[in-house]
Design a protein around this ligand. Sequence first.
Ligand SMILES: [Zn+2]
Length: 234
Amino acid sequence: MREDLIQVVDLQNLDLEIGRLQGEVQKIPQEIAVSEQQLTSSRQAWDQTRNRLGDLEQLRRRKERELEEVTAEQRKRQGRLFEIKTNQEYAAVLKEIEGLKERRSKLEDDILELFDQIEVAQGVVRDEASLFQEREKTFEQQKTTKGGELKHLQEELSRLQEERRRQANRVGRELLQTYQRLLRSRGGVAVVAVKDGSCLGCYVALTPQTYNELRKGEVLLSCANCQRILYWKG
Ligand SMILES: [Zn+2]
């Protein structure tokens, strides 16, 4: 292979590796953001259930106070029964007592129902709390691991970028300009191998003449279709 072609193939390999590492580097903050989002929604779910539990407990206390009031009221009326003189008044107070008894019974049912709901909600709160704690632990671990990975990748990237600068200096000015232009316009791939008679950049077959010239390796050739610089792997 021609010396200038060897240099530009090496440069391309470095650029491909740099591109791959840059992709890895970009993925890391996204991955961290995804688990952070999961952690946040898990925290929100936990908060919501805890609030609902608080509401249920508040409602239970209110109903319990109401029950105490109704019970006291009933007792008061029952005490009054002995002081009543007329049958009419007696009947009226008895009716009031009946009404209070019904309210008590309804309140007692409500309180029992609330105890059941509270028990269920407490279970959900416990589950959500442990899910949140689990996710928090995973998230912290992931942040540490990913942070280490990122540092390693960035070091590797700086090393490769330095090597790339040195390698670019080895390529002739004109060829380097062509290479850079192709790199920008051809999705980061400016130099490609030929396999089974086709350009591996665009998969269009080379003419037999181009193919033969390429195999001889005397001139620098470009793909007639995608203009990428070609080399024959031999
Ligand atoms: Zn091509």
